[in-house]
Design a protein around this ligand. Structure first.
Ligand code: ARG
Length: 572
């Protein structure tokens, strides 16, 4: 029920009759003051009157000429100082919201505002033969959520994994492999073994700098398509992807495209040609660069002095390809804050090339993950491997569940622990504004009573358990009383009513945390309702509506958690 629009519409009619226009509405600081407030301060100048007097005039004008919709929605209008405050009819709102959620089911909160326009979301993008570290996990969780949010709003989305599978480091890796590599050992544990020989290469190259020349030679062969070298490279790519896919399976994430950096190698000469034609390339110490008017932005290197292309060149080629291939409405890159300058340069070069769609390329950045807990550093020193993190979370969750009294009712404890353990990490990563650093401690992440994933999942499971028990003793006589919602029921329904606008705001700001925080509010509101209104002991119409409200909460929590990539569990 869009009560805010109904009230705004009524305000517009009233203000017009007073010879002015309505401004914005607000939510009063506490529910006792009403559900919507209209501040009259902005009208004082035009009407040459004090705000409290204007507020009275507006209230009178509304009372004299209310629309049918307004009368059906609003219970009373009161003037408090310079504000006109509105109280919504509690029963109308609660039953309106319940009915809407019941009718729409899983489609509740969806919209077609996207109108099938294409939104590309590039996320995860790990590097071949390098560990999938926690920064990639944040990108994976954030990007997948952003994609789900756009898709929920009717956009056609494409999930792209821009794998780091090209660059001079592959020359080094090939050289290292030829010296110390053992195919069968690598097949057992690809990323660790490849990393090992890569590190060894760097050590040796310090003593024997000629190794660098050898590596350059191998990369050149790779660029030229030499068959033996290409096969080796393919082996590295395939082995690494097998490992990455294990993570994606655990997270329930898939991609539509794995076109990584190598995909764009043959698309770069055209980019260099366009830049040259438009006189955008300048020489700088043997390299070809694009300079910017903005003095704070260093030039973007396009071709290195040896004629090879770099990361930025591949990104420019990728953007041009994506525009041609997908004709995107938005092209989103979910990549950490350290790459802010890189994307600014890339988008500026695209703009200089004369492509007006440069403005539709968006870098969605995020902060670092910090581990105050020293024990979190693993065998790789500073790098915490994603798989270790997920497995630890699942194991710790299982311990917590086993200690609880309800664990005996669970027949699939491992799958429950997996959903809660993985969900807890995703939830923690998406809880705060993405630009902020994430402080990772197990105490916060697995705090079943704090601002955590398990807390929200528990509200859902509790709701489901009530609904199951109610089914077992279905004794409601619906005619025996008249339902009048209590404040807790009304507040919960009002929150559920906000769902669609919450999703919209999350999309407009590319901030999944808006949804994450919303799920915490819904869970807390449900707990209040549960503790105040004794659902199982209530009777008649009241019981029926309370059960329906519980079901409505479950529908919304399930949908909202799904948008951030967290599964619900029916029992926990
Ligand atoms: N592979 C890169 C890294 O691990 C991230 C790629 C980001 N995407 C891009 N289009 N440049 O740092």
């Amino acid at each position: 029920m869009d009560y805010k629009s109904i009230i705004l519409n009524q305000l517009n009619i009233a203000c017009e009759s007073l010879g002015t226009q309505a401004g914005v509405i607000e939510v009063p600081p506490n529910p006792e003051m009403g559900d919507v407030a209209f501040p009259c301060f902005g009208l004082a100048k035009a009407l040459r009157k004090a705000p409290p007097l204007i507020a009275k005039d507006v209230a009178t004008a509304i009372e004299q000429n209310p629309t049918v919709e307004f009368s059906n929605t609003v219970q009373k209008v009161v003037v408090i100082g310079g504000y006109v405050n509105f109280f919504i009819k509690k029963d109308a709102l609660v039953s309106g919201v319940i009915n809407e959620i019941e009718t729409k089911g899983d489609d509740y909160g969806k919209s077609d505002i996207g109108n099938n326009k294409t939104v590309l979301v590039e996320f995860s993008s790990p590097n071949i033969a390098k560990p999938f570290h926690v920064g990639h996990l944040v990108s994976t969780a954030l990007g997948s959520s952003i994609e789900r949010i756009y898709s929920h709003l009717g956009y056609d989305t494409v999930k792209i994994n821009h794998i780091g599978d090209w660059g001079t480091q592959f020359g080094k890796l090939i050289s290292a492999y030829k010296r110390w590599g053992d195919r069968s050992v690598i097949e057992q544990d690809p990323i660790n073994e490849l990393l090992k020989i890569y590190v060894q290469f760097h050590k040796e190259a310090e003593l024997h700098p000629e190794l660098e020349d050898e590596a350059r030679h191998y990369f050149k062969l790779l660029e030229e398509g030499d068959s033996e070298i290409t096969q080796l490279w393919q082996f590295f790519v395939k082995a690494s992807l097998t490992e990455f896919n294990r993570m994606y399976d655990l997270l329930g994430i898939s991609f539509d495209s794995y076109a990584g950096e190598s995909f764009y190698t043959d698309k770069m000469p055209e980019i260099v040609d366009i830049l040259r034609e438009k006189n955008l390339l300048e020489e700088s110490e043997g390299a070809q660069v694009v300079r910017f008017e903005d003095d704070n932005m260093p030039p973007c290197i396009i071709l290195k002095s040896d004629g090879t292309t770099i990361y930025a060149t591949r990104d420019i080629a990728a953007a041009v390809y994506r525009k041609r291939h997908y004709d995107f409405y938005k092209n989103i890159y979910v990549v950490g804050t350290p790459q802010t300058l890189h994307f600014k340069q890339v988008f500026s070069v695209i703009d200089k090339m004369g492509f007006d769609w440069a403005d539709n390329c968006i870098h969605v950045d995020f902060g670092y993950v910090r581990f105050p807990d020293k024990s979190m550093s693993t065998r790789h020193g500073d790098v915490i491997l994603l798989e270790d993190l997920l497995k630890m979370s699942i194991a710790k969750t299982k311990e917590i569940i086993l200690e609880s009294s309800t664990s005996k009712e669970l027949d699939d404890i491992d799958s429950v622990a997996e959903k809660i353990g993985v969900g807890a990490i995703i939830f923690a990563f998406l809880k705060n504004s993405r630009e902020r650093d994430i402080i990772f401690t197990w105490d916060d992440i697995l705090d079943f009573e704090g601002e955590s994933g398990p807390y929200v999942q528990y509200a859902y499971a509790r709701g489901k358990s009530i609904l199951r028990r109610a089914e077992d003793n279905n004794d409601c006589d619906e005619t025996s009383d008249v339902y009048m919602p209590m404040t807790e029921e009304f507040e919960l329904a009002k929150l559920l009513n906000d769902y669609e606008s919450v999703v919209l705001e999350a999309a407009n700001k590319n901030q999944p945390c808006i949804i994450t925080r919303y799920t915490l509010q819904v869970a807390a509101s449900f707990n209040k309702f549960y503790n105040t209104c004794n659902i199982m002991k209530s009777v008649g119409q009241t019981r029926k509506m309370r059960l329906k409200l519980t079901q409505a909460m479950c529908t919304v929590i399930k949908s909202a958690l799904n948008l951030i990539g967290v599964d619900v569990v029916e029992k926990m």
